[in-house]
Write a protein that binds this ligand. Structure first.
Ligand SMILES: C[S@@+](CC[C@H](N)C(=O)[O-])C[C@H]1O[C@@H](n2cnc3c(N)ncnc32)[C@H](O)[C@@H]1O
Length: 208
């Protein structure tokens, strides 16, 4: 029998990403994941967004539309990225793993959403998470894209065993393990992760 493939209706993220210079939808198809996690009501309530990795500013333009009331900060190691600042978006030049530079630029800033789409190198991705997680507001989200890089150690570091100390996917799996054993773990220490949502090559962590 002939199987008919149903086309899903195009979501907000995919519609807004179309024509912008970002591969978040065209290559990675992250739209379905973002739209699943971020309701329209949440997006409208977002005031501050930080993205690591500006490239040519396409995602800054996308976030301006997707989070219509937010101020956006982009961070990139390439000084040319300042070109892509706008009325709604500022661009900070820093290495994503440089705590002093990030602390100096961000001062006491906190964010509803932080997205890491920068180097995807394991040690730098982990460093950014450890530096910036404390800046996620209660109920806000930290998003890590392109986690398939965890399986490409020659390009992105770590090793192919995907362990907690050797890959970002392993590191995040340990957090998810803690959450699944929450009643036990919380007796030993404050556990600040409220939710972990993983889709293909992407993970969203919500702060308690
Ligand atoms: C994949 S691109 C970002 C794409 C952009 N978010 C978009 O969707 O249009 C990665 C960016 O990360 C930047 N980058 C690479 N290593 C970095 C580092 N250590 N710290 C900060 N930015 C870095 C690169 O200069 C590049 O602009």
């Amino acid at each position: 029998m002939h199987r008919v493939r149903r086309r899903r209706p195009i979501g907000d993220f995919a519609r807004m990403a179309a024509g912008k210079d970002t591969d978040k939808e065209s290559r990675h198809q992250y739209g379905a994941q973002y739209d699943f996690v971020f309701s329209k009501a949440f997006r409208d309530s977002v005031q501050t967004v930080l993205e690591l990795g500006v490239h040519q500013g396409g995602s800054l333009r996308l976030w301006e539309e997707y989070f219509p009331n937010a101020s956006i900060v982009g961070v990139d190691i390439n000084p040319d990225a300042t070109e892509y600042a706008s009325e709604r978006s500022t661009v900070v030049i820093a290495d994503q793993a440089d705590k002093d530079a990030l602390d100096e630029a961000l001062e006491d800033g906190t964010f509803d959403v932080i997205i890491d789409d920068a180097s995807h190198v394991f040690t730098k991705t982990r460093a950014s998470y450890e530096i910036l997680w404390g800046r996620v507001k209660n109920g806000g989200w930290y998003v890590i894209e392109d986690l398939e890089t965890s399986g490409k150690p020659r390009l992105y570091g770590g090793d192919p065993m995907l362990g907690p100390d050797t890959s970002m996917s392993g590191y995040l799996a340990r957090i998810a393990n803690g959450l699944m054993a929450y009643d036990v773990v919380r007796k030993r220490r404050w556990f600040p992760t409220a939710r972990v949502v993983s889709g293909p090559n992407i993970t969203f962590l919500q702060r308690r």
